[in-house]
Design a binder for this molecule. Structure first.
Ligand SMILES: Nc1ncnc2c1ncn2[C@@H]1O[C@H](COP(=O)(O)OP(=O)(O)OP(=O)(O)O)[C@@H](O)[C@H]1O
Ligand SMILES: [Mg+2]
Length: 241
């Protein structure tokens, strides 16, 4: 579905990704785990066409992503849940979801009401809090809004940038349960995470990113059980404060 090959990207004189290759197959959760500064957000933002491609290729089906703009990528069905959620705090939960629906400029296969019902079913809390200003919600609820907003755009591939950021373990568990439900519904996801254990438990396939390079990959279950990988890359991953 998504194929990234030899991708290089960076900021100004600094190259951050040095030839990253990965594949996301349909209906799978693929995770990219890596410590603070490994280049996870840079990868997600390059796929979203927010950062220029310096070398390599990215294709989604038969589409060459490097030739498209960021809004085109959303229209193709690649939708991002950004790091730190990036919600419109003064707006209500419902208004944030409406903005998510409007991101999709293609003819909508689903109506606004259908998408909203889908999101409310997944996150009943967002229904209860529909008219509340987003800034007044808990961190976990805000993450639900961020995921809900992306789902409103009817994604084929959901890119999740550290949805666990700043959340308590029980809340992370709840969010990851929802991702599992979404996979069962047939959605494909690319999840980048610093929380390696949680991500490996959830994902089908995993890549370990270290200083802009993929240093290990394999079925998530195998990586989780691999002592060498754990000791080298996962043992000292700092938890978010
Ligand atoms: N806008 C920017 N301008 C210059 N350098 C940047 C910029 N954003 C990130 N970097 C640098 O690129 C490298 C990778 O950053 P990136 O945000 O992709 O890492 P990350 O894996 O997402 O980290 P984290 O887990 O903290 O979110 C870091 O060295 C960072 O300082
Ligand atoms: Mg990041």
């Amino acid at each position: 579905m998504l194929k990234v090959d030899g991708l290089a990207a960076g900021y100004g004189a600094v190259e951050v990704l040095h030839g990253v290759s990965l594949i996301v197959d349909e209906k799978q959760i693929v995770t990219v785990i890596g410590a603070n500064g490994a280049g996870k957000s840079t990868l997600i933002n390059t796929i979203s066409r927010l950062i220029a491609v310096r070398a390599g290729s990215m294709t989604f089906g038969e589409h060459d992503l490097a030739r498209l703009s960021a809004p085109d990528v959303v229209d193709l069905g690649i939708v991002q849940v950004p790091e730190g959620r990036q919600l419109f705090g003064p707006l209500t939960v419902r208004e944030n979801l409406e903005l998510g629906f409007q991101r999709q400029r293609r003819r909508q296969p689903h109506s606004f009401r259908e998408r909203l019902d889908f999101v409310h079913e997944l996150f009943p809390r967002l229904h209860e809090r529909a008219n509340q200003r987003t800034v007044t919600l808990s961190g976990g609820e805000q993450q639900m809004v961020a995921i809900g907003r992306a789902l409103m755009a009817d994604p084929q591939l959901l890119l999740l940038d550290e949805p666990s950021l700043g959340l308590a373990p029980l809340v992370i568990e709840r969010i990851f349960e929802v991702l599992q439900t979404l996979r069962a519904s047939g959605l494909t996801m690319l999840l980048v995470e610093q929380r390696a254990e949680a991500a490996l438990e959830l994902a089908d396939y995993a890549y370990v990113l270290s200083v802009g390079r993929v240093v290990a990959e394999g079925p998530a279950r195998r990586l989780r059980a691999d002592d060498a990988v754990r000791n080298a890359y996962l043992g000292h991953a700092p938890a978010h404060p």
